[in-house]
Design a binder for this molecule. Sequence first.
Ligand SMILES: Nc1ncnc2c1ncn2[C@@H]1O[C@H](COP(=O)(O)OP(=O)(O)OP(=O)(O)O)[C@@H](O)[C@H]1O
Length: 120
Amino acid sequence: MDNLSIMNFQVYLPLTSFKSLSVMAGLAPEGSQFDARQFDAKMTELLGTEQQEFFTSYDEVHESFDAMGLQENLLRGIYAYGFEKPSAIQQRGIVPFCKGLDSVIQQAQSGTGKATAFLL
Ligand SMILES: Nc1ncnc2c1ncn2[C@@H]1O[C@H](COP(=O)(O)OP(=O)(O)OP(=O)(O)O)[C@@H](O)[C@H]1O
């Protein structure tokens, strides 16, 4: 099985997805330091701002580190470390991170380069 067939594709969440987290806030266990009212107030404040733009999927695939438009010194570090080609999840996840999207969620089998993508 290759990396692609086991990958659950990344989803980019808009801030509006915090609505569901706000519902979860009511589930904080007794004695928890978590203050659901403060959380709800913060989310209401965030949701009141203009945060309309979001993606539910992301189609761009960068098959080489060169094609990702990374900073020169980062690129040199990657090659100096011995990485020649990004893994499947890296081909899809590094650039959206760099673009500063609100949330990037990726899921893939152990050892496929998730932590490395996050660190880059
Ligand atoms: N593009 C690449 N080329 C070569 N080696 C790589 C590349 N990306 C990651 N690696 C190496 O593969 C190994 C696994 O990478 P990493 O820890 O990022 O995977 P992971 O998906 O986060 O694993 P886990 O789910 O077990 O934490 C590490 O030794 C890492 O240095």
